[in-house]
Design a protein around this ligand. Structure first.
Ligand SMILES: C[S@@+](CC[C@H](N)C(=O)[O-])C[C@H]1O[C@@H](n2cnc3c(N)ncnc32)[C@H](O)[C@@H]1O
Length: 410
């Protein structure tokens, strides 16, 4: 599931409003109206039960397919167009399986895998994931990087980013990763500058507040005091300071031994062109209406929650601004020649093509790119040539919009 946690939905919200019972489509009137306003076909939601579930194998687990099939009690059907991905029957729940608990497989939709493949991560790349939680795509990026480059994950929701940290640790993927609780529209930290001076013998400097020692889950006295103060005033750290809060960094993320003030300082406006990220993913917050399996879950969570989380007009207006601002800031942090992928799991034109159009009209250095690999993908063109739409009806995946940009030289 992407975007909304079941934990964010209170029990009292559940089943408060009965949906219109149309034999196959128990969708509430307000949602049907939302679909109609956006020219979307409600029939797509009746497919939730037949669209396969997808898993991705942890690289190196290919020899254990038979064993994993035994643990999941179903066959794994290779997705021919997406390396490492397998389709399983939609009713199979993976979370309770040994294969999942032991970190041999990931639950991630094939369309999400395609968005990551579109980014074309190369060894040594510095990669930024600006809306990282809960972390399915972040893990795939980390697997693609392996033991090279760096990965920076940002999300505004601390509890969701903490879930990313747990995922990275479970799959042993955190070595080159940094995680910041921050507003992605304002985040301005660039990849670690390899020429920065390191403090000698600094792997174990617990006492030194000014230098990064190896990351530990134990917080320093100063950090504990800061958190206490934030709790007492009812403020989250992010809201209180608007500064990025580093909640995890790996041994090889480049931070160990560096002075905190050297790393945690905002970059100059044009610095990203030369020292920015090679690849940026902006998997933006959206109404999630294309995630058909996710929408189905509102039947259990309560349709009123869907009204609040998906349909609220003011929220949607704010979302459009947020999406444009996330895309704009992600592009600002991109190196010249680098690539950025913008994706949402909404099927609406407003959150996809319109955002891309507005962005292109004000960013002459942004060059919309054809995604070469997509010729073999089961998707169709979006409303703007070169953009892509995974549509549950034709692609047999969750819905996803994908656009790729490169940054031209000035
Ligand atoms: C579609 S989800 C991302 C899913 C994620 N990429 C994955 O594959 O698991 C959107 C995320 O954007 C985050 N978000 C919302 N507003 C944000 C902001 N201003 N800055 C950074 N993240 C934001 C939400 O907390 C949410 O986790």
């Amino acid at each position: 599931m992407e975007g909304i946690d079941s934990s964010e939905v209170s029990v009292s919200d559940r089943r408060e409003e009965q949906p219109i019972q149309d034999a196959s489509l128990p969708l509430p009137a307000a949602f049907l109206e939302f679909l109609s306003e956006n020219g979307l076909d409600p029939a797509v939601y009746s497919m939730a039960a037949t669209i396969p579930r997808y898993i991705r194998l942890k690289p190196g687990m290919e020899s254990q397919i038979a064993e994993i099939e035994g643990e999941l009690k179903c066959g794994l059907h290779k997705v021919p167009w997406l390396p490492g991905f397998y389709a399983i029957p939609p009713e199979i729940q993976i979370a309770g399986s040994k294969a999942y608990q032991q970190g041999k497989i990931y639950g991630i939709d094939a369309s999400s895998g395609a968005a990551i493949l579109a980014l074309d991560v190369r060894p040594g790349d510095h990669v930024l994931d600006l809306c990282a939680a809960p972390g399915a795509k972040l893990c795939m990026l980390a697997d693609m990087l392996g033991s090279t480059g760096s990965l920076t994950g940002v999300d505004v929701a601390k509890h969701r980013l903490a879930a990313c940290r747990t995922m990275l640790q479970k799959y042993s993927l955190g070595d080159r990763t940094r995680l910041f609780v921050a507003d992605g529209t304002l985040f301005s930290l660039l990849p670690v500058d390899s020429s920065l001076r390191r403090v000698e013998g600094s792997t174990d400097l617990e006492g030194n507040e000014n230098t990064f020692s190896e990351w530990t889950s134990r917080r320093s006295w100063k950090d504990r005091q800061r958190a206490k103060k934030a709790n007492a005033t009812g403020l989250q750290h992010l809201q209180a300071t608007s500064e990025p809060e580093l909640i995890y960094y790996g041994k090889h993320s480049g931070l160990v031994g560096l002075c905190k003030s050297d790393v945690l300082c905002p970059s100059a406006d044009d610095a990203a062109c030369t020292s920015g990220y090679d690849k940026v993913l902006v998997d933006a917050e959206c109404t999630h209406d294309g995630s058909v399996k996710h929408i189905q879950k509102f039947e259990f969570w309560g349709w009123k929650t869907l009204d609040r989380r998906v349909l609220d007009a003011e929220r949607t207006d704010n979302l459009l601004q947020l999406q444009l601002r996330l895309l704009t800031n992600g592009f600002k942090l991109l190196k010249t020649g680098g690539s950025l992928v913008y994706s949402t799991c909404s099927l609406t034109v407003a959150q996809n093509e319109n955002v891309v159009q507005k962005f292109l009209s004000t960013h002459p250095l942004a060059d919309l790119q054809k995604i070469d690999l997509s010729d073999s993908w089961p998707c169709r063109s979006g409303g703007i040539p070169k953009t892509l739409r995974f549509d549950p009806a034709t692609s047999q995946t969750s819905g996803l919009f994908v656009a790729k940009f490169s940054k031209l030289p000035t």
